[in-house]
Design a protein around this ligand. Structure first.
Ligand SMILES: *Cc1c(COP(=O)(O)O)cnc(C)c1O
Length: 227
């Protein structure tokens, strides 16, 4: 991408917002019903600041440790930030994750659900909203609950752990048509009765909006290529 005066985070953010609104309107959806999660992983506080100055408040990070290093200071300047964890979660990071994130997209196995529930039950704990990640492509190397187990897992999280699961998240396999996966996740979401669908990244967020995404996770289209 050639560097030009206009090639700034603020410009790219505005472009993404405009194409999101266009995609919503094509589907007769209200653009305000779709949240842009600006994925700032690998970018520094200085690189993220232009997006904050341009009014973006919802951000996604994939590592607890990295988020802990840069967001507390940014929050002091911009207290209304909403931080989303979109990467795999380990049990030994659960306490920090609950303390740091408003939304966790990656509940994907009984053990992590139990540990998160225990952390949220501690006095004064933050109550992040939770989504279940579904491995729609059934890829062995990818996180997420198997599609066939997703409904039962969500029911168990609700009944046994009293966790209010608000949505589903997926990352389609790279070589496959993403719309098929988005449509599948949307169908599952209707079945399980969750209001949120976290799906769509820089390359395919318009397709995800066409299939009902309520949260798109967009990184490189806003911040540029990751180093
Ligand atoms: C990095 C990441 C994104 C953003 O990807 P881009 O292609 O840069 O938009 C979205 N979701 C998850 C889970 C990610 O790890």
């Amino acid at each position: 991408m050639p560097a030009s005066v206009d090639d700034t985070v603020a410009t790219r953010l505005a472009n993404v917002r405009r194409s999101m609104a266009e995609a919503a309107i094509r589907e007769h959806r209200d653009p305000s019903s779709i949240t842009l999660v600006a994925v700032s992983k690998t970018f520094t506080a200085d690189e993220i600041t232009p997006a904050l100055v341009a009014g973006q408040r919802v951000f996604g990070e994939n590592r607890v440790q990295e988020a802990k290093g840069k967001w507390p200071a940014l929050r002091e300047r911009f207290p209304d930030i909403e931080l989303h964890l979109i990467g795999p979660l380990q049990t030994n990071k659960a306490r920090e994750a609950v303390a740091l994130f408003e939304v966790i997209h990656t509940i994907d196995r009984p053990r992590i659900a139990e540990v998160i529930a225990a952390e949220m039950a501690r006095p004064g704990a933050r109550q992040p909203r939770l989504l279940v990640q579904v491995n729609t492509g059934e890829e062995t190397q990818k996180a997420g609950i198997a599609p066939a187990e997703a409904a039962e897992f969500v029911a168990w999280c609700r009944a046994a752990l009293h966790l209010a699961i608000v949505g589903l998240m997926c990352i389609p396999p790279v070589e496959e048509e993403p719309s098929v996966h988005f449509a599948f996740l949307a169908e599952l979401g209707r079945e399980i009765e969750v209001p949120w669908l976290s799906m769509g990244m820089s390359a395919d967020y318009a397709a995800a909006i066409a299939q009902g995404a309520t949260h798109v996770r967009v990184g490189s289209a806003i911040f540029g290529r990751r180093g």
